[in-house]
Every structure is written in C-alpha cells, then in structure tokens.
Ligand binder design. Structure first.
Ligand SMILES: Cc1cc2nc3c(=O)[nH]c(=O)nc-3n(C[C@H](O)[C@H](O)[C@H](O)COP(=O)(O)O)c2cc1C
Length: 178
C-alpha cells in the first residue's frame, strides 16, 4: 500500500515551475502527450505467423532490462496481432531502426496485412525476420510475459545479433520522427 499523501503546502511558489496536475486531472490523451516528452528510439518487433510469414509491429516501448543475465523488454498492446504470434512462436526479433527507415515505421505502425511485401529482410540464425539496414537486429527467445494494464510486457533473452555498418538511429519525440 502506498504511504504517499498529498502535501500541497510544501511548494510555496508554484508560478515558476510550470503546470501542476494530479493524476485525477489526466485522461488518456493527456497521459500520452505527457509520455511523448520522452524521446525514444524506434523498433520494429518481428516474428512469424502460423504459415511462416513475417509479421511485425512498430514499437517505441523497448528497453534494456538486465545485464546478467542479458535481457531486454518490449511492451505490446493487447490488441496487437504481432503479440499473438510472438506468444505462440515464443520468440521475436527487435530491429532498431536507422534514421532512413521512417517509412517502415509508418507501415509497421499500421494494420496493413501485407507489411512485408515491400520491406526487405533476411532470416536470422534462429529463423526470425531481420530487417536490412537497421542499427542492429536482435533475435530473442521469449522468456516471460507480464501484464501491464492494456499492454503485455515481453521479456526477451538475446540469441543472435545482426549489426551492419554504423547507422544513426531513428528518433521519435512528441509524435514526430526526428
Ligand atoms: C512510432 C510508433 C511507436 C509505437 N509504439 C508502440 C509500442 O510501444 N507498443 C505498441 O503496442 N504499439 C506501438 N505502436 C503502435 C503499433 O505499431 C500499431 O498498433 C500496429 O498497428 C500494430 O500492428 P499489429 O496489430 O499488426 O501488431 C507504435 C506506432 C508508432 C508509429
């Protein structure tokens, strides 16, 4: 149970510090706008469907998780079709996009059924789709799935890496690619 309580009198001068809001003032849109202040890289998380076709979703909610053991995490919306495929397949690849791959981010951020008709990829050592010209692509074994509100938190253990020449990363900030 939280032991935090509101202490409105502790901050005497609020004029210089910006807009103060309580969580009860927020709706989904304001919360999304708040989180959009955090600049992130952009990934496409890929896996395979039942027929062995490439599937994937654009994901900015990606992070390193642990060094020993080596683990990473990605957060996927419960409505993501890619999520279902990853849970069945029990593996996925993280493709960290380079600055010229904005179009792919748009495409895999959509509900198109033929995302991989115009995206070039190779199969990695563990058979997962690795996009070409990314900063790095990482094949992972799915080691845990945790509930996180309307998302699932997927924990992955790296199996293989594909790193091309030095590429600058694609950055997403306040709803824009930089
Ligand atoms: C820049 C960007 C970042 C996104 N980040 C996430 C994310 O972190 N998690 C997520 O579930 N969806 C994220 N999305 C939305 C999914 O890419 C989108 O819902 C996609 O249609 C899912 O496709 P699928 O249903 O085929 O898996 C993002 C989209 C964009 C364009």
């Amino acid at each position: 149970m939280s032991r935090l309580c509101m202490q409105p009198n502790l901050v005497l001068n609020t004029q210089d510090i910006g807009l103060r809001l309580l969580a009860s003032d927020l709706d989904g849109r304001k919360w999304r706008d708040t989180m959009a202040n955090f600049a992130s890289g952009v990934t496409i998380i890929t896996s395979l469907d039942e027929l062995g076709n490439a599937v994937g979703s654009t994901v900015s909610a990606f992070s390193s998780l642990s060094l020993d053991p080596m683990l990473l995490l990605v957060c996927l919306d419960n409505r993501s079709r890619t999520l279902g495929h990853i849970q069945r397949q029990e593996n996925f690849a993280v493709n960290i996009l380079s600055k010229d791959q904005k179009e792919m981010a748009f495409l895999c951020g959509s509900k198109s059924n033929d995302k991989f008709d115009c995206i070039e990829y190779v199969l990695g050592q563990y058979g997962l789709p690795l996009l070409k010209n990314t900063c790095v692509s990482i094949e992972c074994e799915l080691t845990a799935v945790h509930d996180g509100g309307d998302h699932k938190i997927l924990v992955g253990k790296p199996l293989s890496l594909l790193q091309t020449d030095m590429q600058l990363p694609l950055i997403f900030h306040k709803g824009q690619f930089i």
